[in-house]
Design a protein around this ligand. Structure first.
Ligand code: ATP
Length: 199
């Protein structure tokens, strides 16, 4: 599986629809300071579900929308589509190409799509769990991330190995099941209370 294409429109400095092709092999993005190189990796993290405006170098999520320039008016929404080659069936679904889209409007409303089908953020997160591609995974190695890998804190290092080993999905499901169990137990206690009152 590899990143094939990134389509950006209205995201940060990319006012117009911009398509970046990533052929197999190494791609380097070069450009002067402030030309938007980091905005490309921000776009990848954002479409994969990043929810923290701060880690996208902004104050609020609206800051990812093109804010206007001397010659252009601001835009009302930002949209990013990430296209992955899935010929290898790394993600076991019936598609050889997977397109994930995220859209956000100034009103705060946002939409997510997998291959043009509307979905929830949770679906995107689950799709990429244990593939190394999630927003917390190791597909994008920022400076802080290198420190994490080298960290002496075993917890931080373990997170990376767990993603590579493919067990994050099961841990997440276990957490969900435990939460549901707790809710059910709380409901049971309430039922017993009501029964006691009625007796
Ligand atoms: P450097 O080499 O210095 O790290 P870079 O090429 O990585 O720079 P970026 O940090 O990606 O550059 O881009 C910064 C530019 O993006 C700035 O000019 C900033 O004004 C612009 N920018 C960021 N957010 C927005 C936005 N919402 N609307 C318009 N422009 C934006």
């Amino acid at each position: 599986m590899f990143l094939k294409r990134l389509e950006i429109r209205g995201f940060k400095s990319f006012a117009d629809k911009t398509e970046l092709e990533f052929p197999k092999g190494i791609t380097a993005v070069v450009g002067p300071n402030g030309s938007g190189k980091s905005n490309i990796s921000d776009a990848v993290r954002w479409v994969l579900g990043e929810q923290s405006a701060k880690s996208l170098r902004g104050q609020k999520m609206e800051d990812v929308i093109f804010a206007g320039s001397d010659s252009r008016k601001p835009i009302n929404y930002a949209e990013v589509t990430l296209v992955l080659d899935n010929e290898s069936q790394t993600i076991p679904i019936d598609y050889t190409e997977i397109a994930v889209t995220r859209k956000v409007y100034r009103s705060g409303e946002s939409d997510y799509f997998i291959n043009n089908q509307s979905c929830r953020l949770k679906d995107i997160t689950e799709l990429f769990m244990d593939t190394g591609l999630g927003k917390e995974a190791y597909s994008i190695i920022g400076q802080g991330r290198i420190e994490e890998v080298l960290s002496t804190k075993s917890e931080e290092r373990r997170g990376i190995f767990e993603e590579a080993a493919g067990i994050i999905k099961y841990k997440a499901r276990k957490r969900e099941a435990e939460k549901r169990l707790e809710e059910t137990e709380a409901n049971l206690v309430r039922v017993y209370d009501v029964m006691n009152e009625l007796e």
